[in-house]
Structures are given as structure tokens and as C-alpha cells.
Design a protein around this ligand. Structure first.
Ligand SMILES: Cc1ncc(COP(=O)(O)O)c(C=O)c1O
Length: 362
């Protein structure tokens, strides 16, 4: 096994080492019960404690107000692309802000339920930008406004939270930047995120939903797709991803120990700045994909002068233990995902390699 791998994967992604160590230590006997978390009933007292720890952890870290419920669902963020319109569109329109590939996928599902209205898209410029707040003219009758706070593939991130001043419920796919910085949850009607970047392992989807949105769900939905039923059953309508929820509880504990999201944001800004500075000071050898004002702190995307050089870059980096840098197959280039658990030393190691590579090939 390689001594040290820096895992730049976009997700599933690097988890904090102390979380993996604790999970290892508790693997055979969770809390001394003689069984693994994976082996105990989701109805057991022990698991009730795990679920409560995960829920409370998220509530505390994000300062979730009391009028919001926290759910741990399955089906990934992708199921939320459908669940949101199934629960709220019902033949109405909804506003969609499209800043990348994931927003496009959400829009595709919404079209099955009604008439989504694209109020902004950066498709023409290859998804490099986000709108200025004043550019967004939302439709007051819209069932909701949907946006993606960080587009993982293009590396494009909103630096502000969309605020409709309560006129239209805001729904946000925050899969790839949730827990990277504090959020004002009160601005949202519903936030969802696949866990496999900043929250835990794949197979769990975090949903934070305001009480009035729970109340708005029409009768007679399919139970698994019904937010109200999921809330009434405290995420346990069926057997939940017990292991995933357990890891989330450990990630929350780790984040608390790190000083919470204010500290995390500082570290994330620092890490991203090291990398963007390397891109900007490369005399054009590396070019960033996203516009400067919406560069993602989580997914740093850039190109090299040719696709051949990009292939060579990714291959040489992998050989040095810098893993997972190849850009998404749909856009190519290089993508360095540097989520909360990604260490600063790994960013420095990448920059050292980038400088050396540019010297040899520039
Ligand atoms: C922003 C965003 N939305 C949605 C998804 C889809 O998530 P899942 O694979 O959990 O369905 C991803 C996955 O990477 C993502 O980055």
C-alpha cells in the first residue's frame, strides 16, 4: 500500500482520519455492546442514540432553527431532484437557476411534474458564472426556486445565499459545499445534500426541511417519496443507512472539535487560495474554469494547454500519490476536490507538483 495518498476525489471523498480511526476501533463492538453498528437494529436504544447524535450534530453545526426537521434519506441527492417537484410542483411552475450539470439534471426531473421556469442559466458560457443577486427575477407564483450552491463538476460556487425575502420558498442542492461554511438556514425552505463529500459516506442524503413545507405536502404520495411521512417516521419509514448515519455522527463530532463551521470556512479559504494562486501565477500554463467571483472552495477546476498534457498531468500526479485529479468525463481538464477533510499539506503537495510540471512542460 502507498505510504501517503492525497485523495482529491469529488465524491465519495476523503473522510477525516480520526473518524476512520474511531470507526475502526468501534467496528466489532459499538459502545461495548459486542456488535458492530452495522449489526444492531435500527430500532435499538443504541441506534436511537446514533441517530440523535447525527441529528443534533447537524442541528448544532448549522444552527438549524427549531422549525426545521432533519432527515437522513436514501436515493442520493438525485432522488431529491424528483422528490422536490413531486411534493411541491403539482402542475405549477417553479424557478430553476442553472449554473452547471447538476442543476440541469434537477431541471430534467422537474419537467416531468410541471413547467419549470429557467430564470438563469450560464450554459452559453460553459457554466463558468453565477448570477448577480439583482439579475434574478423570480416569479412570485412559483412553487419554489431551486439552485445548486456549488456545482461540483464545473467548480462554480455561489458566494451568497439566494434570498427571495420569503416570497418564494428557496430549495437548494448543497451536496458539495454543505458544512464547508456557516449558512443562514432561515433563508431556505428545504436544503438537501448527498453525504459523500462533506458529511459522510455515500448512501445517505441529508434533508433539512422547514415545518410549513412538511405541512404543504399533498395527501396520498407514495410513502417513501413523501416528506411528511419521512418526518413522521423520523427517517425510519424503512431501514435507514445505519452505518452512514453513524459516520455522520462522527464527522459532526470531528467538526465540533475543529471549532465548527466558522473555523472550517477559514481553513477552506486558505486551502483554495493556495491552489488558485498557483493557477494565476503560472503565466497561463494553467487556466481556471470558473469566473474569479464564483470560484469554488471545494472543487478547483482548471485546464492545461492541451488534453495530452492533462492526461500526462493526471497520470504523473497519481504516480506521486496525488489521486483523483482527472476532471469529470463531461468537461475534461483537472479537478482538485478539497473538501473539509482534505489536508492543507495535500494542497501544498499538489502545488509543488504543478510548478514542477509547468517547468518541465511549459
Ligand atoms: C451538486 C450535486 N448534486 C447532486 C449530486 C448527485 O448526488 P448523488 O450521487 O448522491 O445522487 C452530486 C453528486 O456528485 C452533486 O455533486
Amino acid at each position: 500500500m502507498a505510504e501517503k495518498i492525497y485523495n482529491f476525489s469529488a465524491g465519495p471523498a476523503v473522510l477525516p482520519t480520526p473518524v476512520l480511526e474511531k470507526a475502526r476501533d468501534e467496528m466489532f463492538s459499538f459502545g461495548g455492546c459486542g456488535m458492530s453498528v452495522m449489526e444492531i437494529s435500527h430500532r435499538s436504544k443504541q441506534f436511537e442514540g446514533v441517530l440523535a447524535a447525527a441529528e443534533n450534530g447537524i442541528r448544532e453545526l448549522l444552527a438549524v432553527p427549531d422549525n426545521y426537521r432533519i432527515l437522513f434519506l436514501q436515493g442520493g441527492a438525485t432522488l431529491q431532484f424528483s422528490m422536490v417537484p413531486i411534493n411541491y410542483m403539482a402542475g405549477r411552475s417553479a424557478d430553476y437557476v442553472i449554473t452547471g450539470a447538476w442543476g440541469k439534471k434537477a431541471l430534467k426531473e422537474a419537467k416531468r411534474c410541471g413547467t419549470p421556469n429557467v430564470i438563469y442559466t450560464s450554459a452559453e458560457n460553459g457554466f463558468r458564472s453565477v448570477p448577480d443577486p439583482e439579475e434574478l427575477k423570480f416569479e412570485p407564483d412559483a412553487a419554489y426556486l431551486h439552485y445548486t450552491s456549488n456545482e461540483t463538476i464545473e467548480g462554480v460556487e455561489f458566494k451568497y445565499e439566494i434570498d427571495t425575502a420569503g416570497q418564494v420558498p428557496v430549495v437548494c442542492d448543497a451536496s458539495s459545499n454543505i458544512l464547508s461554511k456557516p449558512l443562514d438556514i432561515a433563508k431556505y425552505a428545504l436544503i438537501y445534500a448527498g453525504a459523500q463529500k462533506n458529511i459522510g459516506p455515500s448512501g445517505v442524503t441529508l434533508v433539512i426541511i422547514r415545518d410549513d413545507m412538511v405541512a404543504k405536502v399533498p395527501e396520498n404520495q407514495h410513502s417513501m417519496l413523501d416528506y411528511r411521512v419521512q418526518v413522521e417516521n423520523d427517517s425510519m419509514l424503512n431501514t435507514p443507512n445505519t452505518w452512514g448515519i453513524y459516520i455522520i455522527s462522527l464527522v459532526c463530532e470531528w467538526l465540533r472539535g475543529k471549532g465548527g463551521l466558522v473555523e472550517m470556512e477559514k481553513l477552506n479559504e486558505e486551502k483554495a487560495a493556495i491552489l488558485y494562486n498557483a493557477i494565476d501565477s503560472s503565466d497561463g500554463f494553467y487556466t481556471g474554469h470558473a469566473d474569479r467571483d464564483c470560484r469554488s472552495l471545494m472543487n478547483v477546476t482548471f485546464r492545461l494547454p492541451s488534453e495530452d498534457l492533462e492526461k500526462q498531468f493526471a497520470a504523473e500526479a497519481t504516480a506521486l500519490g496525488l489521486d483523483g485529479l482527472k476532471g469529470h468525463r463531461s468537461v475534461g481538464g483537472i479537478r482538485a476536490s478539497i473538501y473539509n477533510a482534505f489536508p492543507r499539506e495535500g494542497v501544498v503537495a499538489l502545488v509543488d507538483f504543478m510548478q514542477d510540471f509547468a517547468r518541465r512542460n511549459g
